[in-house]
Each structure stands twice: as C-alpha cells, then as structure tokens.
Design a protein around this ligand. Structure first.
Ligand SMILES: Nc1nc2c(ncn2[C@@H]2O[C@H](COP(=O)(O)OP(=O)(O)OP(=O)(O)O)[C@@H](O)[C@H]2O)c(=O)[nH]1
Ligand SMILES: [Mg+2]
Length: 282
C-alpha cells in the first residue's frame, strides 16, 4: 500500500523549526511508544544532529511496561537520554525538568557565568499525533496548547513556560516527504499519524488484518469470536463483518464500515496493548 502525505504546511513547519534552532538549547523528540522506530523521521536529523536530545516514549500507557523498557535500554545503550511518558495521567514534570537541566548543564553554567538569567529552551518535535501538545500541557499543568486525536492539529509554533526556568516550543507534527520503508509508513497510518482522509481505509484494514495473521493472532480471534483468520482477503472481511453485524442485504459485506471498525478497534486498544515496533526486529 502506497502511503504519502507531505502537505505544504509540513514544508513550512520544517523551515520554521530550522529557523528556531538557534533560539533553543535542546530538542525533545516525542515518539509514540506503539511505533517507536517508525516515528523516527530522518528529516529531524538536521535538528537533532546539532543539539542535545531527550527522546520521550509517549503514550507508554498503551503498551506493556516490559516492551517500553526494551526501548529505554535501546536508547541508553546508544548513549541517548530517553524517558517513558503517559501524558494523560503521568506526573512527570519534576523528572523532565530535572533531566532537561542535566542535559543542558553546560549551557546553564555558561548563562550563570555571564550573569544572564536565561531559561532552558527546548523545541518539542515529532511526527503528527504522537502527543507533543498533550505532553506540554501535562508538564505545565494547564491546557495551553490545542490537542486532538487526529494528525495535523498543531499548525504554528507556540512557546509555553513551565516555570522553574524551562520553556518549551510546540511545533506542528511532520512526516518525511517520502517513505523508504513500507512497514514504517503503515505503522504510522495505524497509529493515526497520517491523516485518515488521504488513506484508503479498506486497504489499510486489509494490511492490519494481515499484521494480525502474523502477530497477536489470538487477540484478533478473541475480539471477533472467530476460530481462525482466513487466507483470502474477502473472506477476512466477511468473518469480521459477520461478527460485528456489518452485513448488507443480499449477504454483501459493508467493507467500509468493517474496515473502519478494525482500525478503530486497534486505536482503542481493543486487541490489547500492542507494540508494533520492537528493537529486536531492527
Ligand atoms: N493514551 C494516551 N494518549 C495520549 C497521550 N498523549 C497524547 N495522547 C492523545 O493523543 C492524541 C494526540 O495528541 P496531541 O497532543 O494533539 O498530539 P500532537 O503530537 O500535538 O499532534 P499534532 O499537533 O497533530 O502533530 C490526543 O487524543 C491525546 O489525548 C498519552 O500519553 N497516552
Ligand atoms: Mg500538537
């Protein structure tokens, strides 16, 4: 399945981020814990190569703790700073502020020696819908940025002060202009980082069922009370449609409704806590 979504606002966003780079001390790179590797956008290398980086495995509540820990180790082994975060319910402000201060110790010392009372400034980047704006709201304890469960909610830049000498810059989510790897593109579509309107939802659901025919198959069988996932694509839609009551007159399958239900079930964790990217698969 060919996936591409690189609208003009993403080109503009990259330009803005590059312009802002001189104003910030470090980068906070927000990744969705369900698809950590897929959320790494090579376009951001131009930003992360120049400043210290804190990787945030956000939405850690949507995956198993043992799986998040594998990714924490992965980053740690590479000498990278990384934390897991639940931006809906986590109490993570003090820990993040303290990590940011450690990460920027040299620059803080430089400001101190100059007698400048300057805050540490971090640019928050990531692909769409990973929870950048929610993460910022969680840290500042108020709804200062706009959030929403679809790709492309934040459109401009916005500075938010956390107090304690830390300021964060919210940025619009951006994807790579083209995907080198279909699996990564699909994972991003599954987790809602690609705008649904540009996707063929039936094709996407067929890919998702194909994923479940190879991984977490039992969770899929249980969800739809079926014995096995058929081989044939149309049969696959048929068993799900029958199970969910999405059959039309004359025994026809309502493909669109069935497809939406499968994607929705995944996004609402109805197959359980599923991590699509595992470090051992790299
Ligand atoms: N379960 C869970 N949901 C989260 C978490 N963080 C954010 N969300 C949800 O993810 C969706 C996207 O959040 P946003 O903060 O708008 O994401 P964003 O990265 O700013 O998105 P763009 O501005 O479109 O790039 C919203 O429905 C949030 O409620 C989290 O830690 N756990
Ligand atoms: Mg946002």
């Amino acid at each position: 399945m060919r996936i591409q979504w690189f609208p003009g606002h993403m080109t503009k966003a990259f330009r803005m981020m590059q312009e802002q780079l001189a104003q910030v001390d470090c980068i906070i790179y927000v990744l969705d814990s369900r698809a950590v590797f897929s959320c790494l956008n090579p376009k951001f290398d131009a930003l992360t190569g120049k400043k210290p980086v804190l990787y945030v495995l956000n939405k850690c509540d949507l995956v198993e703790r043992a799986d998040v820990e594998k990714w924490l180790r992965y980053f740690e082994e590479r000498g990278e700073k990384c934390v897991a975060a639940d931006s809906l319910n986590g109490k993570q402000r003090d820990n993040i502020v303290s990590i940011l201060k450690q990460l920027n110790a040299a620059v803080i010392e430089k400001y101190r020696l100059k007698g400048a009372n300057k805050s540490v400034r971090a640019m928050v980047v990531g692909v769409p819908n990973t929870g950048k704006s929610t993460f910022i709201n969680n840290l500042c304890g108020a709804r200062k940025t706009v959030t929403g469960n679809k790709a492309g909610v934040t459109r401009g830049k916005q500075w938010v002060s956390l107090g304690g000498g830390v300021e964060l810059l919210d940025t619009p989510g951006s994807l790579p202009p083209a995907f080198e790897d279909e699996k990564r593109a699909l994972n991003l579509a599954f987790i809602g980082s690609v705008k649904d309107d540009v996707l063929d939802i039936e094709e996407l659901a067929a890919e998702m069922i194909s994923y479940f025919s190879k991984n977490h198959t039992d969770a899929f069988l249980k969800r739809y009370s079926i014995e096995e996932i058929p081989h044939d694509i149309e049969e696959r839609f048929l068993v799900v449609a029958k199970s969910r009551g999405f059959m039309l007159s004359g025994g026809r399958v309502d493909y669109t409704r069935t497809a939406r239900a499968v994607i929705d079930d995944f996004r609402k964790q109805r197959f359980g806590k599923i991590m699509l990217d595992l470090p051992e698969e790299l």
